[in-house]
Design a protein around this ligand. Structure first.
Ligand code: AMP
Length: 217
């Protein structure tokens, strides 16, 4: 069976069950991103644009705390534009990933597990920039926790130059082969435009009077 081709801004998010209530307002966003720059300069440009868009919208950045590759670039873009950055880095990566000390809040964790947990807890939404297997692992983990009903925070693949289409195709393939069951559908968005991505996150905020319901790990 041929795989479905998705356009970048098409939502991959099934209807939200009414009993789950509205999302928590998004004010802090965890961005997973490569510790490298990648081959295409468009990745760096996109990281800088997203950082500026976060600062402009008052969205706080939560990220891995390093000053290498796209992760350092987006953090510096947010700081340069007057935004707020929280870096969360395990002690053993301080040197290897050149810990960025100019951030507003710096948390050094004892290991990767604590880092991942704190990144999860500090964020109201998750965005994956292009990256390598570290980025992939982190965003897929958020998808699995969401699929298991452990959280309902928005997840967005920042699909710069179609970077995430192979993952979208793989998930379609899993669904077509009946490894993703309808009742365990994965909720995520795919967006290639940084301003639209920010608008999407902001539109996740509940309306006045709505009660925020959020499951915690
Ligand atoms: P990469 O996407 O491979 O460039 O990795 C991006 C960042 O993800 C790295 O700088 C690490 O801090 C982090 N990372 C790498 N491997 C893992 C992993 N297994 N789980 C969580 N984070 C990771």
């Amino acid at each position: 069976m041929p795989l479905t081709k998705h356009v970048a801004s098409e939502p991959h998010i099934p209807p939200r069950p009414a009993h789950e209530g509205p999302h928590k307002p998004v004010s802090a966003v965890c961005v997973y991103c490569g510790a490298s720059f990648g081959r295409d300069p468009a990745y760096l440009e996109a990281a800088l644009a997203l950082g500026r868009a976060f600062a402009g919208a008052g969205l706080r950045l939560v990220y891995g705390g390093g000053d290498v590759g796209l992760m350092g670039s987006i953090a510096r873009a947010v700081i340069d534009a007057g935004g707020h950055v929280t870096g969360i880095i395990p002690g053993f990566l301080r040197d290897r990933e050149v810990m960025l000390t100019e951030v507003n809040e710096l948390i050094v964790t004892k290991d990767m597990h604590e880092r991942k947990r704190l990144m999860f807890e500090h964020a109201d939404a998750f965005v994956a920039m292009p990256g390598g297997i570290g980025t992939l692992e982190e965003v897929v983990e958020m998808m699995t926790w969401s699929q298991l009903g452990q959280h309902d925070k928005p997840i967005v693949l920042f699909d710069v130059r179609g970077f995430w289409q192979p993952l979208v195709s793989l998930i379609d393939h899993m669904r077509n082969e009946a490894f993703i069951r309808p009742q365990n559908e994965i909720r995520f968005h795919v967006e290639s435009d940084p301003e639209k991505l920010v608008a999407l996150l902001r539109s996740s905020a509940p309306k006045p009077g709505d009660a925020a319901v959020l499951k915690r790990m």
